[in-house]
Design a protein around this ligand. Structure first.
Ligand SMILES: *Cc1c(COP(=O)(O)O)cnc(C)c1O
Length: 396
């Protein structure tokens, strides 16, 4: 066998290569320009209703509300600003549980949800609620049958993420929503990893509450939204009390610069969605074609029901540790960004039946707007080289 060609970076690449768009994205320059305007010149408080500074800020906030609603197929009045999807998830789940505690105290979710959902559920358990954590299949998906079987007469809320942040699989949200509607159960969806990546149309989904975040969609960190369906019987207990902003659901002076940034980012994502996801899908498929055949490499999560932006792969261990630790100059997540601080293997991969060893050797590649073919080709070459030189062959 020939030795692999030396892996020298072509001059056109800049390092490190960023393949961690699932953790966060850069603010699009077009978005940043508008934000700057609202930090300096247009600094008014949207709640100041007696002068033009306030009116200008209010107009901008309402335009952004329409932009966010537009990407989701919602009405502007159904968008509540929050500090991010962590807060949106807390407000949706705690707010519903507290409002409906007199009706029932059982909730249903999935073991592979984001920590912002799981930890919120654990807090509710300590407050006397009962939570069923569904175990997805080894493809990462829950089935409508298993979901239906978990519902009880006292179930008040179900929370299922649209797209998993680690393995990118797309849950059957439309079917699960139908089941909740039939049973009169409030349905919350964490759509942080779906918005801007796949079409989301709340006009066609029976979803009551949906969480989104700006910084996964080329907007700023620290701003998100909760979609609350306009339905008179849908009530949420506010989690932050104060001036009664956002129809009493979330008090606090609106962060105008953040809000206009999120609005612009979401509108831009809608304009680019079709073209961008086709381009990213081709790059992701190129990456898989370049590494999928290497010995001992396994894909994590369903290959078909997956966003184009995600590839989660387990590698055999190298003689120096995980492959991730050998990939210098390439920014990826080993497991999930939130988990890679801890040495514990990804709970998502364990939940879909991977061994601790396989989970520890996983890499999440998440591609985005800035990803180029040259970067993908470099990553393929780098992985091929590490595997050829350093992987401990069976029986060696
Ligand atoms: C990033 C992320 C969150 C948290 O969003 P923040 O705006 O950072 O609080 C929640 N859910 C999913 C699926 C995510 O990927």
């Amino acid at each position: 066998m020939n030795a692999p060609a030396p892996c020298r970076p072509p001059a056109s690449l800049t390092f490190p290569i960023y393949l961690d768009y699932g953790a966060t994205t850069p603010v699009d320059p077009q978005v940043a320009r508008i934000m700057c305007d609202f930090l300096t010149d247009k600094f008014g408080n949207a709640a100041s209703s007696s002068h033009p500074f306030g009116w200008e800020a209010r107009r901008a906030v309402e335009k952004a509300r329409a932009q966010v609603a537009g990407l989701l197929g919602a009405q502007p009045g159904e968008i509540v600003w929050t500090s991010g999807a962590t807060e949106s998830n807390n407000l949706a789940i705690k707010g519903t549980a507290q409002a409906l505690a007199g009706k029932g105290r059982h909730l249903v979710t999935v073991a592979t949800e984001h920590k912002a959902v799981l930890d919120t559920m654990h807090t509710l358990e300590r407050a006397g609620f009962e939570v069923t954590f569904l175990q997805p299949g080894d493809n990462g998906l829950v089935t409508p049958q298993q979901f239906r079987a978990a519902l009880r007469p006292d179930t008040i809320l179900a929370s299922v993420m649209y797209v998993n942040n680690e393995i990118g699989v797309i849950q059957p949200i439309a079917e699960l929503g139908e089941i909740c509607a039939e049973r009169g159960i409030v349905f919350h969806v964490d759509a942080v990893q779906a918005a801007g990546k796949i079409p989301v149309d709340l006009a066609r989904l029976t979803v009551d509450l949906m969480s989104v975040s700006a910084h996964k969609v080329y907007g700023p960190k620290g701003i998100g939204a909760l979609y609350v369906r306009n339905r008179p019987d849908l009530k949420l207990q506010a989690q932050i009390d104060g001036g009664g902003h956002e129809n009493g659901m979330r008090s606090g002076t609106l962060a105008t610069h953040q809000i206009v940034g999120m609005g612009e980012a979401f509108e831009l994502a809608g304009q680019l969605l079709a073209e961008e996801s086709a381009r990213i899908r081709a790059l992701r498929d190129r990456l898989w074609a370049g590494i999928g055949h290497l010995p001992g490499v396994q894909l994590n999560g369903c290959a078909a029901n997956r966003v184009p932006h995600n590839l989660n792969v387990s590698f055999p261990p190298t003689r120096y540790g995980t492959l991730a630790s050998q990939l210098l100059g390439i920014a990826v997540s080993a497991g999930s960004a939130c988990n890679s601080a801890a040495a514990a293997p990804s709970f998502v991969l364990l939940a879909i039946g991977r061994s601790p060893e396989t989970a520890r050797n996983a890499i999440r590649f998440s591609l985005g707007r800035g990803t180029t073919e040259a970067e993908i080709d470099y990553v393929i070459a780098a992985i091929g080289q590490v595997m050829a030189l350093d992987v401990v062959a069976d029986g060696a």
